[in-house]
Design a protein. Structure first.
Length: 474
C-alpha cells in the first residue's frame, strides 16, 4: 500500500448530502416495488442526517451474521429452503426452535473478535423470513398453519411470541450483542424481514407459503411474489391485515426503542401495494424514534437511506448519491452450512479494496452454528484480514474515491484518498515488482511517497512519457 502525500491543492473537506438520493434503477428490489412505491418521498419525510450519512460512508468494513433455527440443521441458505419442504418437513422446521440452546454463544467474544480485527460494524438477524424472533419481543402471533392437520394444512389460532425467549436458551441474544457492540464501539445494524412465513396474518405477502384466489388474480397488489407452491386458504380479514401491520410496526418500534443507539436497520424484501400507505406512515413514525438510523431501502424504496448490492460487486462506481453497502457471503450462502466452501482471505481484501475504491462499504456474510460458534476457517480469515488492516487500514477507513474514472488503473491498482484531498493511496493488488508504475498520478515537486508499514519515504521519479515510477525497497 503506497501513500502519496501532498499531491493536490488544499480543498475543503467533503460533507454528505441527499441530492439525487435515488436507488439505482438497476437494483432488483427497486424493480420489484417501483409500481407502488413513489420515486420521490413525501415532503414531510426526513432521511437520516448528513452527519449520519457521512458516518455510514466512513465504515467501509463490516460483518453480517445470519443466525436462526435454520442454523440447527445447517443444510440451506437461511430460511429460504422452507418454501420447498413437504408439509411434514415444514411442521418439523417450525418446531425446531424448541431445541434451540446455543450454549457456546458469548456476545463479548464475538464483539472482541470483530473489534480486534478491523470490523467497524456488525449486522445481526432479528428475524428472517421464517418469522422466528431472535429477541424478547412482546408481540404475539395469533394465527399460524398446522401443516400436518388431518386432511391437509389448516389455519389455527395460537398465542405465542415464536421467539428465542420460548426456547431452552431463553436469553435475549440481540440485547447481549447490542450491549457488547456498544461497549466495543461497533456500529450496530439490525436485520429485519418485512415478510413473515410463520404468522398467517401476513398471507400472501412476499413468497408467503399461504395464498388465496384473489391474490393469484391480482398479484400486482402483493408484489408479484406469490410462492409457487402456496397452499390456498381464505383471504385475511381486514382485522387480520390491520393486526399484521400493527405487529410489524410494534416489532420495529421495539428494535429502535429497547436496544440503545441503532445505526442501521437492514430491511429485507417487501410487502405490497395493498398496505403501502400504512408502511409509508410507519416509516415516518419510526424515523421520529431514532432520526439518524440508516434504513436499508428494501421494501421502502427511496424512503431508505442506503442500498445493497448483494452477492455481487458492482463493476463501476455508484451511479447515485445514495450510500451503498455490498453484502457478500463468505461461504456458499449467508448462514451456517456444514462443510461449507469458503472464499479465502485474499477474496476479502481484494473485494474490500475494490469496493472502497468505488465509494462503497463491504460487509462479509457469515453464520454461527447451532451452538453459537463460528467455523475455525471463518475466524482465521477475519484475523488474517485484520492483520492486513492493522498495516493498511489508513487507506481504507474514512476514505473517499478519486474523481471520475481515476479510482483504478487496470486490474491491479485501486485508489482511495483522504476527504481533504491531501493524500492519495495507491493499492497494488499483487506484487508491484521492482518498480510500481502509476499513470494517473503526477506528484507535486517535493511530495513524499510512503509504503504503509515502512517508516521512510520511497524514491520516485516522474516524466510525461512513463508516468510515476516508485522504486521498490532494497
Amino acid at each position: 500500500m503506497f501513500t502519496l502525500s501532498s499531491l493536490l491543492a488544499l480543498a475543503a473537506p467533503e460533507t454528505a448530502s441527499v441530492e439525487n438520493y435515488k436507488i439505482p434503477s438497476s437494483d432488483d428490489q427497486y424493480q420489484k416495488t417501483k409500481s407502488w412505491i413513489e420515486d420521490s418521498p413525501d415532503a414531510d419525510y426526513q432521511h437520516a442526517s448528513a452527519a449520519a450519512i457521512e458516518a455510514f460512508r466512513d465504515i467501509k468494513y463490516g460483518v453480517r451474521i445470519h443466525w436462526g433455527p435454520y442454523s440447527i440443521n445447517g443444510q440451506g441458505n437461511t430460511s429460504w429452503p422452507f418454501l420447498g419442504l413437504t408439509y411434514e418437513q415444514k411442521q418439523a422446521y417450525e418446531e425446531m426452535y424448541k431445541t434451540w440452546n446455543p450454549t457456546n454463544f458469548e456476545a463479548e467474544e464475538w464483539m472482541k473478535l470483530f473489534k480486534d480485527n478491523g470490523l467497524k460494524m456488525f449486522a445481526i438477524t432479528a428475524n428472517h423470513h421464517d418469522g422466528f424472533i431472535m429477541y424478547d419481543t412482546k408481540t404475539r402471533v395469533k394465527k399460524r398453519v398446522n401443516w400436518t392437520a388431518p386432511g391437509g394444512p389448516v389455519l389455527e389460532d395460537c398465542d405465542l411470541a415464536y421467539s428465542i425467549m420460548e426456547t431452552p436458551f431463553h436469553r435475549d441474544v440481540l440485547k447481549e450483542l447490542c450491549d457488547a457492540g456498544h461497549k466495543y464501539g461497533l456500529k450496530i445494524d439490525i436485520y429485519y424481514s418485512h415478510p413473515n412465513w410463520y404468522n398467517a396474518d401476513y398471507r400472501p405477502y412476499c413468497y408467503h407459503p399461504l395464498a388465496f384466489p384473489a391474490a393469484k388474480k391480482h398479484p400486482e397488489l402483493y408484489g408479484n411474489s406469490l410462492s409457487k407452491n402456496a397452499v390456498m386458504v381464505s383471504a385475511p380479514t381486514p382485522e387480520e391485515e390491520a393486526r399484521m401491520m400493527a405487529y410489524h410496526r410494534q416489532q420495529l418500534t421495539e428494535l429502535l426503542s429497547n436496544y440503545g443507539k441503532i445505526d442501521l436497520i437492514c430491511l429485507d424484501m417487501w410487502l405490497g401495494n395493498e398496505v403501502w400507505p400504512l408502511m409509508r406512515q410507519e416509516m415516518k413514525d419510526l424515523r421520529k424514534i431514532q432520526p439518524d438510523v440508516m434504513f436499508r431501502a428494501r421494501g421502502v424504496g427511496n424512503y431508505g437511506d442506503y442500498y445493497t448490492p448483494e452477492a455481487f460487486v458492482p463493476g463501476d462506481k455508484s451511479n447515485t448519491e445514495m450510500p451503498w453497502f455490498c453484502i457478500y457471503p463468505y461461504g456458499k450462502w449467508f448462514s451456517y452450512i456444514r462443510n461449507d466452501q469458503f472464499k479465502g482471505t485474499a477474496w476479502i481484501i481484494n473485494n474490500l479494496t475494490d469496493i472502497v475504491a468505488k465509494g462503497g462499504n463491504f460487509m462479509i456474510g457469515i453464520g454461527a452454528d447451532a451452538t453459537g460458534s463460528f467455523e475455525p476457517q471463518v475466524i482465521t480469515a477475519i484475523k488474517e484480514a485484520g492483520a492486513w488492516l492493522k498495516v493498511n487500514g489508513e487507506a481504507i477507513y474514512a476514505t473517499r474515491p478519486r474523481e471520475g474514472d481515476l479510482w483504478k488503473e487496470g486490474d491491479t491498482i485501486r485508489y482511495t484518498r483522504t476527504k481533504d484531498k491531501q493524500t492519495i493511496y495507491a493499492i497494488s493488488r499483487g506484487g508491484p515488482g521492482q518498480v510500481l508504475n502509476l499513470k494517473t498520478v503526477e506528484p507535486k515537486p517535493g511530495s513524499e511517497i510512503y509504503m504503509l508499514g515502512w517508516p521512510k519515504p520511497l524514491e520516485w521519479n516522474y516524466n510525461q512519457a512513463t508516468g510515476l515510477n516508485i522504486l521498490r525497497l532494497r
